[in-house]
Design a binder for this molecule. Sequence first.
Ligand SMILES: [Zn+2]
Length: 303
Amino acid sequence: MSNIVLDDLQLVPRGAVDQNSQPLNAFSVDVEEWFQVGAFEKTLNREDWPDLESRVEQQTNKILKILDQHGVSATFFCLGWVAERHPALLRSIADAGHEIGCHGMDHCRIFALSAQAFEQDIRRAKGLLEDTSGSSVVGYRAPSFSMNSDTWPYYKLLEKAGYLYSSSVVPAKTDHYGMKGLPRVPFYPINNSNFVEVPMTVAQVGGTTLPASGGGYFRLLPQFLSYFLMNKAYAQTGVGNIFYMHPWEIDPDQPFVREAPLVSKLRHYSFQSRMAGKISKLLTRGRFTRIDHLLADQFSVEI
Ligand SMILES: [Zn+2]
């Protein structure tokens, strides 16, 4: 395990935080197919992916419609795999005023890739996303938040490939991902560099650190609990919520993978029909924007 030295390289929000004002949050979408998730990795073979029913375009369009109804711009971290097969989708996301970010080529966790393979992956995906969307890509999100202390040197490869920020860590240990002890606000993961890591939001409750960034937690938890955790995180850090979701989370009609483990099925399929309504309510209650705009507005980061 390599050591991580962060010194005091955490970014602080510009100006004093007014606890009574509405925080500016970021909304992000990890654009991937329903069959590319960790929940089904032991059940569905990657070789069979091309034969499975593609639903990413229609579900992402649903999210675009909800965001449009609320006048919200967001960041869409897209797989190169999706860009190759659905170039028109990439164009419509960008044309609607959203930021295109990179989620890697085909959802491999990055600790499973050698440095050389990782570099190829992020460069190839960036090229594909930029060519199809017509906009530049400066943000990256590791599949399944798989950045860890062993892959920390990969930040330099991201910077070298032209990325300016990443949003790839959860500063809490969960059963699937996360690292304890990381800053809970944006920070510089590389010494003497302006490259920024925007960690996912977590809240401290008692002695426990809990994810408060959306995704499955937002879909599965009662709404009052999600809002409690998000409000708590803001009160504790002064930084708005970094929210994320997936297109497959608002798709109650997607194929059912009977052979998957029971816990994976419960997590993946539960409450999908309620998600669109929950998202609309969230966007009505809070202020949201793209991650690059949040960095520019709150932290004076030049993107
Ligand atoms: Zn993902």
